[in-house]
Design a protein around this ligand. Structure first.
Ligand code: HXC
Ligand code: NAP
Length: 291
């Protein structure tokens, strides 16, 4: 057994319908594929209709289960109402939402226009609010104990330079998650959780955040105690667990999956890893000589 293998053997989502934003690429596609393998009716939605249709057919050919593809921009409230209507028509109900769609780019902040901020905050924060509110109202009206999982990042709480719009937006999504986990958890048994991934190589993220010229300067795995980047299946395994009824007592939580990256770079003395054993021997003998 290893972390690149699917974790669940039984179809834990056999009676569930799960909607994944940004489900046509990267981590969203990996989760959609795994949830479908686990028996879920899956809806994938993002802006590129051709890609969505192609990916839905590809997933169905692997799993044998129906995948609905509906194009919509998460910033457009009418469009997401249509996604929800089409999903209900196809599957009768929706049990869970994965807020995975995102927009991001790297830039010194002083070079950004206000529209650049609006774009990323609109996709990541307002888009997450749009879907969470629309499905929350539907769950409350129909007395369904819904389940929301949002994909954030570790810089939602550390902050970071050079992707400041994304940091602001992801911090907002974390606040939304913790706030509604309490408000809607108590009143309606609706659970909300988040996953904070470290680096997972996807085309969408790598093209925008680690372009070829930058890649030569920074190796993301160097910053990580486990000295590797993430594998899509291990994130999908965690997402499946959090979306399943096995995680019924987990609410308002953010689970970090980053090989220890953010703690290593936050801990004051962690750079002492560069001190060799010989130098530690010298330091120890100096200490013993003094005492
Ligand atoms: C500076 C930029 C820019 C860039 C766009 N803008 N790209 N500014 N640097 N690289 C500015 C534009 O000039 C414009 O402002 C404003 O942003 C809106 O641009 P549009 O092209 O109209 O935006 P839109 O069509 O809404 O596209 C959204 C996008 C794009 C975010 C800009 O990159 C996108 O579609 N991304 C989707 C997928 C994605 O980003 N995936 C990565 C997620 S990875 P002006 O003033 O000129 O009008 C991730 C990982 C985090 O989040 C952690 C990793 C470890
Ligand atoms: P990705 O493939 O670029 O995924 C982003 C998805 O969001 C795309 O499918 C994109 O599809 C969709 N999207 C963007 N804008 C949209 C909009 N306005 N409306 C609807 N859909 C939209 O990148 P990824 O790496 O898989 O990222 C997935 C999630 O993981 C994101 O939330 C990201 O912040 C998070 N994350 C990733 C990493 C990593 O290392 N990869 C690390 C931490 C967090 P369209 O362009 O077709 O709309």
């Amino acid at each position: 057994m290893n972390f690149t293998e699917p974790m669940f053997a039984s179809p834990i989502f056999a009676d569930k319908t799960l909607l994944i934003t940004g489900g046509g690429s990267g981590l969203g596609k990996a989760m959609a594929t795994y949830f479908s393998q686990l028996g879920a009716n899956v809806i994938i939605s993002s802006r590129r209709e051709d890609l969505l249709k192609e990916v839905a057919a590809e997933i169905t050919s692997i799993t044998g289960n129906k995948v609905l593809a509906v194009a919509a921009d998460v910033r457009d409230h009418d469009a997401i109402t249509d996604v929800i209507d089409q999903s209900l028509k196809a599957f009768g109900k929706i049990d869970g939402l994965i807020n995975n769609a995102a927009g991001n780019f790297v830039s010194p902040t002083e070079r950004l226009s206000h529209r650049a901020f609006e774009s990323v905050i609109g996709i990541v924060l307002q888009g997450t609010i749009n879907y969470t509110l629309a499905l929350g109202k539907y769950w409350i009206e129909h007395k369904i104990p819904g389940n929301v999982l949002s994909i954030i990042t570790t810089y939602a709480w550390t902050g970071t330079g050079y992707t400041v719009p994304s940091a602001c937006a992801k911090a907002g999504v974390l606040a939304l998650t913790r706030s509604l986990a309490v408000e809607w958890g108590r009143k309606y048994k609706i659970r909300l959780n988040a996953i904070a991934p470290g680096p997972f190589p996807t085309k969408g993220a790598w093209d925008r955040l680690f372009p070829e010229s930058v890649r030569a300067m920074f190796d993301p795995s160097e910053r990580i105690p486990m000295q590797r980047v993430g594998d899509k299946q291990e994130l999908s395994n965690l997402a499946a667990y959090l979306m399943s009824d096995y995680a019924n007592y987990i609410n308002g939580e953010v689970v970090t999956i980053d090989g220890g990256e953010w703690l290593e770079n936050g801990g004051q003395f962690n750079d002492f890893r560069h001190i060799s054993d010989d130098m530690w021997d010298q330091l120890e003998s100096m200490r013993k000589t003094k005492s």
